[in-house]
Design a protein around this ligand. Structure first.
Ligand code: ADP
Ligand code: MG
Length: 365
């Protein structure tokens, strides 16, 4: 079973609902409950494990920052204001002798972000074992305003913030012991949770999540919960200069024309360029660790203008990359075929097929 099957089989299917004030349990970026008629609380937890979520030699300051950032990113994905967090820390017993700067630097990174976001550390637990960090973060927002994964409507526009694939490029290079471009390293080590944008989308977005496993995989969670499908135009994906440049200069063998992913092209150099561009799409869609927001919103001009105004106000790029379509369940899927909630890719309005089966990051798969 993969990560999501384990959650569904052993936990989500057994979940109870003892309290009336629980508005949403397992399945979204955060759980949602209200303790008063006016205010909603959202809560999320995420663990970072050394060697899985960060390189064992990562800067301790970045480990502190990122442990909190990935949790705040889930709060942002609901449109919530960050309020409180707890920190459960498992440390190797000899860490103070072996790495005397670990704790001072870890806590510096942690509190740099907590101060930036105005979130209070209110408790935790400290134990010994292999290095791992679990944070539980809580946020609030007015009752009924949480932006769920389930609200996307057929026809909605699909947007993403920032650029995609930078952190994945950094990981790819670090795995080959190469130094990534500074911007990519920054996105991997110090992701900026999009809190202000998330909060300002409260009355605009119909559905939202944060991209942690790759857009191609995470967008499916919105589609599944909303009962929709989607069309994404790859030519609109926001790629940084670094990701584009790396794709252009990537060396290595180009597959034979038979394996080519897009329609045939004439010259060898066109084919090479096309192949490299496709590699950058794959990095952006299936790389993971972006911690950008993906959201849907009604396709009218007023809303589109509001979103571009917010983008200018917050100095954060927001790109419209596609649209939500109706579910294909009763249309073109054969019985038993898992063709629902699918993403159809286009390139400049032409259908585009990835030949290989691709998926985002998934523990246990
Ligand atoms: P995210 O990437 O936004 O942190 P995940 O993909 O990790 O979300 O988890 C998907 C959903 O399953 C979330 O609602 C999460 O709270 C829930 N979940 C994950 N692991 C467990 C578990 N062991 N028990 C109960 N719920 C879980
Ligand atoms: Mg999330």
């Amino acid at each position: 079973m993969d990560e999501f099957a384990i959650i569904q089989h052993y936990f989500a299917s057994h979940s109870t609902r003892y309290s009336d004030d629980l508005d949403l349990g397992i399945g979204d970026d955060c759980a949602v409950f209200h303790l008063s008629p006016e205010e909603e609380m959202v809560i999320t937890t995420d663990t970072l494990v050394s060697g899985v979520h960060f390189f064992p030699d990562a800067e301790p300051c970045s480990i502190g920052w990122k442990s909190l950032a990935v949790n705040i990113s889930d709060l942002a994905a609901m449109g919530a204001k960050p309020r409180y967090f707890t920190l459960a820390l498992t440390l190797p017993s000899d860490i103070q002798q072996q790495q005397p700067d670990f704790l001072p630097e870890f806590s510096r990174g942690l509190f740099r972000l907590s101060n930036q976001c105005g979130i209070d550390l209110i408790g935790g637990d400290t134990t010994h074992g292999s290095l791992s960090i679990t944070i539980t973060a809580m946020g609030t927002l007015p009752r009924g305003k949480a932006i769920l994964r389930s609200g996307a409507q057929t026809g909605d526009d699909i947007y993403v913030t920032g650029t995609l694939g930078d952190a994945a490029l950094a990981v790819e290079l670090l795995k080959c012991h190469k130094e990534p471009p500074a911007g990519c390293r920054q996105k991997l080590d110090y992701p900026e949770p999009r809190v202000a944008m998330g909060m300002m989308l409260q009355d605009i977005a119909t559905a939202m999540l944060d991209i942690s496993d790759g857009l191609g995989s995470d967008l499916r969670h919105i589609l599944e919960r909303s009962g929709c499908s989607a069309v994404i135009d790859l030519s609109l994906l926001p790629l940084s200069r670094e990701v584009r440049e790396y794709a252009r200069n990537r060396c290595g063998k180009i597959p034979s024309p038979d394996n080519n992913l897009r329609s045939p092209v004439n010259t060898e150099s066109d084919r090479k360029q096309q192949y490299h561009e496709e590699q950058s799409f794959i990095q952006a869609l299936f790389g993971g660790d972006d911690y950008e927001l993906c959201f849907t919103a009604p396709p009218d001009d007023g809303i589109r203008n509001k979103i571009q105004d917010l983008s200018r106000l917050l100095n954060l790029k927001v790109t419209r990359i596609g649209r939500v379509t109706g579910n294909n369940k009763f249309n073109d899927a054969s019985p038993g075929e898992d063709d629902n909630y699918k993403i159809c890719y286009q390139y400049k309005n032409q259908p585009f097929f990835f030949k290989k089966e691709l998926s985002g990051y998934n523990h246990f798969s």
